[in-house]
Design a protein around this ligand. Structure first.
Ligand SMILES: Cc1cc2nc3c(=O)[nH]c(=O)nc-3n(C[C@H](O)[C@H](O)[C@H](O)COP(=O)(O)OP(=O)(O)OC[C@H]3O[C@@H](n4cnc5c(N)ncnc54)[C@H](O)[C@@H]3O)c2cc1C
Length: 413
């Protein structure tokens, strides 16, 4: 029976990078993946374009991970965003930086990311076992015995668990890794959806599914509590709202939903100007184009399908000429453009979250090596570790960085 130096479970970004690093350090490495391809979740990231990392400074990364930020410091320094970008560029994949520092491959295809990773695994002689679902891990002497479906038991000196979180189960991350970690003595911090789309009550939002509202600001209100976003992008869906602005605030909104049955959501469609200026702008438009129908004026100011909805909501006849719009109607229109109201009634389940909140307790993992403090020789990497960041490429960077550090530590131990 072959004794591997390092066995890595899960071929997501964390496990792949761990395998590459251990392979670069000339170790005998096996990477076991339950799917028949690597990086199935990577293919879905960034709407298929893969927002691979962010160009932000290390301090911003640490801030984005909130309470887990300091824990991530060593990993994010050992293999930083610059290192990750160099990794891909030096292998022929050009990258580009979009708004808010989001980094994507110039191909706009996540498959070009998995292609580079696949080649690099080959170059570093990593043995990949597909359709190899890990059932259990047992400590044996100084090493481990892995019970893997469809194969004889695998023995390894070190094991890296990188089996992901518990969302988008079709990609392979079913959450069963948490049970395995628990059986090995680890504490699993309560699991819930992190970065989750929200459900809304109003039918009109659903009618606009697929529409992206760019450069808007959202405000959530419940009782006296208010949460205000930065300016960004919101997506209307068949169940309610999603997109970076919503996902990033979803954790705080879910807390509000714990105390309130419903949470108000106001969308500021023109965050660059105050309500009074909005009224004046409308006044000018209506004077200048007095003979035009109001629906046509609004169609020029708003995304195409949104104008008729706003007209319906304020109860104005869309065929009314601009010159016939009274002060009250103009005020009401300005108010809607500055605070288009929706009602949030809940969040989608963990399965449909972008990342899992909770996971293997960080207090039981050595942040300098990613080694378990409970079971020496066992390492963790990626989303299965407690703590996630907002959207923007930070979570994939976390997976690559913790994977790199775990791979290096396991190889050098
Ligand atoms: C729709 C969507 C879009 C996203 N977009 C972005 C984005 O643009 N930028 C960003 O930074 N983050 C994004 N994320 C988050 C990002 O995908 C995750 O943070 C990242 O994939 C976590 O990497 P991982 O390696 O820890 O886990 P995963 O990518 O989940 O990989 C875990 C692997 O382990 C395998 N596995 C699980 N259990 C077993 C087992 N028992 N035996 C063997 N193998 C097993 C799985 O099949 C899987 O291949 C997105 C997430 C989703 C769902």
């Amino acid at each position: 029976m072959t004794l591997y130096d390092v066995a890595i479970i899960g071929a997501g970004p964390a496990g792949i990078m761990a395998a590459i690093r251990a392979g670069q350090l000339k170790k005998k490495v096996i990477l076991a993946e339950r799917n028949d391809i690597i990086g199935k979740k990577i293919l879905l990231t960034g709407k298929g374009r893969c927002n691979i990392t962010n160009s932000a400074k290390l301090d911003t990364f640490i801030e984005k991970f909130g309470k887990s930020g300091q824990f991530m410091r060593t990993a994010l320094s050992a293999f930083s965003n610059e290192d990750l970008m160099d990794f891909f560029k030096s292998r022929g994949l050009e990258l580009k930086t979009e708004r808010q520092g989001r980094v994507f491959p110039v191909t706009d295809k996540a498959s070009s990311v998995t292609h580079v990773l696949e080649e690099c695994l080959k170059d570093n002689k990593v043995e990949i076992k597909y359709k190899a679902r890990l059932r259990d891990i047992k400590k044996k002497g100084e090493g481990f015995v892995l019970d893997i479906d469809g194969s004889a038991a695998v023995t390894a000196k070190k094991v890296i668990l990188a089996v992901g979180g518990a969302s988008y189960k079709d990609t392979g991350s079913t959450g069963e890794g948490f049970q395995i970690a628990k059986r090995l003595g680890h504490t699993i911090m309560p699991l819930s959806g992190g970065l989750v789309p929200l459900k809304t009550k109003e039918e009109w939002a659903k009618d606009l599914q697929g529409m992206t509202l760019k450069n808007v600001r959202v405000t959530f209100i419940a009782g006296k509590k208010k949460i205000i976003s930065e300016i960004g992008e919101l997506l209307l869906t068949h169940f309610g709202v999603s997109g970076p602005l919503i996902l990033d605030l979803s954790g705080a909104v879910i807390s509000l939903l714990g105390e309130h049955k419903e949470v108000g959501l106001l969308i500021d469609l023109k965050p660059g100007i105050k309500c009074e200026e909005m009224e004046n702008k409308l006044l000018r438009e209506f004077k200048e184009h007095g003979g035009k129908e109001i629906k046509n004026i609004l169609a020029g100011m708003l995304p195409f399908r949104l104008a008729p909805i706003i007209i319906k909501l304020i109860g104005v006849n869309g065929q009314k000429r601009a010159s016939q719009i009274g002060k009250e109607e103009r005020r009401s229109l300005a108010a809607f453009l500055k605070a288009l109201p929706l009602t949030v009634t809940g969040a989608l389940p963990l399965e449909e979250a972008m990342v899992t909140s909770g996971g293997v307790s960080k207090s039981e993992i050595n942040p300098r090596t990613m080694e378990s403090k409970i079971m020496p020789g066992l390492y963790f990497a990626g989303e299965m570790i407690e703590g996630h960041a907002s959207s923007g490429g930070y979570n994939l960077q976390q997976a690559f960085s913790t994977g790199y550090l775990a791979g290096e530590s396991a190889a050098n131990a």
